[in-house]
Design a protein around this ligand. Sequence first.
Ligand code: COA
Length: 322
Amino acid sequence: MPLRSVLRGVGKYLPGEPVSNDELAQRVDTSDAWITERTGIKQRYFAQPHESCAFMGAAAARAALSRAGIDAAQVDGIILATATPDQAFPATAVHVQAALGVHQGFAFDVAAACSGFIYGLSIADAMIRAGQAKTILLIGSEVYSRILNWQDRGTCVLFGDGAGAIVLTAETTDSGGPGVLSTHIHADGRLGDILYVDGAVGQPDKPGHLVMNGREVFRHAVAKLAGAVDEVLASNQLNYKDIDWLVPHQANRRIIDAIGKRLGLGAEQVVVTVDQHANTSAASIPLALAEAVEDGRIKPGHLVLMEALGGGLTWGSALVRM
Ligand code: COA
């Protein structure tokens, strides 16, 4: 029987209070109609000063551990996907480790922008199957509000803050049993200039703001994500009809609908949270997963397809039996 990474618990944390499009329109030259029509976003959450990437990541991790019924003392490693770490180093993951009272194992961050959760899942799954860890906490945590350019209405209305986490454990299951079936990750650095942050901790007087060519990102997103979903199904000899749920990265309702349509899925099989959370980058998939598990839509035995694309460009897909 194969050794698999089984998803045992999922948790989330949303900071502050929701900020509606109308509220945002009081400080940015935009409107609820424009944002809703172009993106499907209705509101987002912005972190308060004390709600750092580590603070939110630790809160989501506690919720995931509690749902899994697993004690922090059993965690062998923490992988945290983020594009908005608290510091260049130490990694935000080690701050989460300290906050959770975990004193063993490893902790590191993954930087793959909005694809960070799929990249992290790929690493965690490989480590578990290689026997390097039995229990891994995988977290996506983001405070994009701190890198948004509030003078650029084409980007600042699209993003929000939040964190999501899952607990993965090593288990031997039969081929139809639960676990990560496969992950597929990609990057094309030639497209690094269509979605990026124009500064860094290492650059004096330039903390950096998000810059995006929205049209180009949209064009690549639909094509590359379509390829990624075909790839994950083909590699598992599965068909579109086998999928119970699509849990996509939540960037834009139009991109989500295009991929759902390609997979022949009904709207009721696609988990959508972009309307509530906006784009929370590496946190968006675990946040969406947490919502759908908590409200009982996603159940044990369901086959869940995840996909994401982000700055890099990076993109990828994963298939998980719950
Ligand atoms: N409110 C009102 N008007 C806005 C606006 C806002 N927040 N942002 C831009 N506009 C205006 C522009 O100024 C432009 O006006 P003009 O025609 O008078 O010059 C018009 O709306 C169209 O702008 P454009 O940028 O061409 O819009 P678009 O149709 O390409 O939609 C996005 C913009 C960002 C919604 C769209 O490109 C998109 O979804 N891209 C993918 C982004 C994404 O998912 N990124 C994350 C990937 S992880």
